[in-house]
Write a protein that binds this ligand. Structure first.
Ligand SMILES: [Zn+2]
Length: 168
């Protein structure tokens, strides 16, 4: 991700300053600080009645053509369960109810710096899938026949989910 050169609040040039033990870009005019924080995203762990897991094949970059867990970025006026419910509906046509927190992982992103991926379990009322705009395909897959999943945080969440399910 490229650094800002000018303050997005007042358009003055930014200077690098030592803050909190690290270099940060700070506005000399209005004191705005360029914090670099992970962007929150939600990932939905959705089981079917046979114990499979819902995966979607991405229709857009990054990871176009690859399988991952349904989910996406949280809008600033959404709760995490609302964001997950929206993404699930957009990508698979399924209506889900948010359950427990499965895990949370920060992951580097080529396009967005760092992303905080929060995994939530969702239960669905029915299992008839209609793949949406961002998804080329969506289906429930048995846990012993999962495809290659290139997103590391998603692999971790699936592992955590399957392990925690055994312990419940
Ligand atoms: Zn400024």
């Amino acid at each position: 991700m490229r650094d800002y050169s000018y303050c997005p609040m007042c358009r003055s040039p930014l200077i690098e300053k030592k803050m909190d033990g690290r270099g940060r870009l700070v506005c000399q005019s209005c004191a705005w600080v360029c914090y670099k924080n992970p962007l929150p995203a939600v990932a939905c762990l959705v089981p079917d009645k046979k114990g499979g897991i819902l995966l979607v094949r991405r229709a857009i970059e990054p990871y176009k053509g690859k399988w991952c867990i349904p989910g996406g970025f949280v809008e600033s006026d959404e709760t995490l369960p609302e964001a997950g419910r929206r993404e699930l509906r957009e990508e698979t046509g399924l209506t889900g109810t948010a359950g427990r927190l499965v895990g949370a992982h920060v992951q580097k992103s080529r396009m967005y710096g760092a992303v905080l991926v929060v995994g939530l379990e969702f239960t669905v009322e029915h299992e008839e899938i209609t793949a949406g705009d961002d998804a080329a395909d969506a289906r429930f897959m048995p846990e012993n026949a999962l495809p290659d999943i290139p997103v590391e945080s998603h692999r971790k969440l699936i592992r955590e989910y399957l392990t925690s399910r055994l312990q419940l």
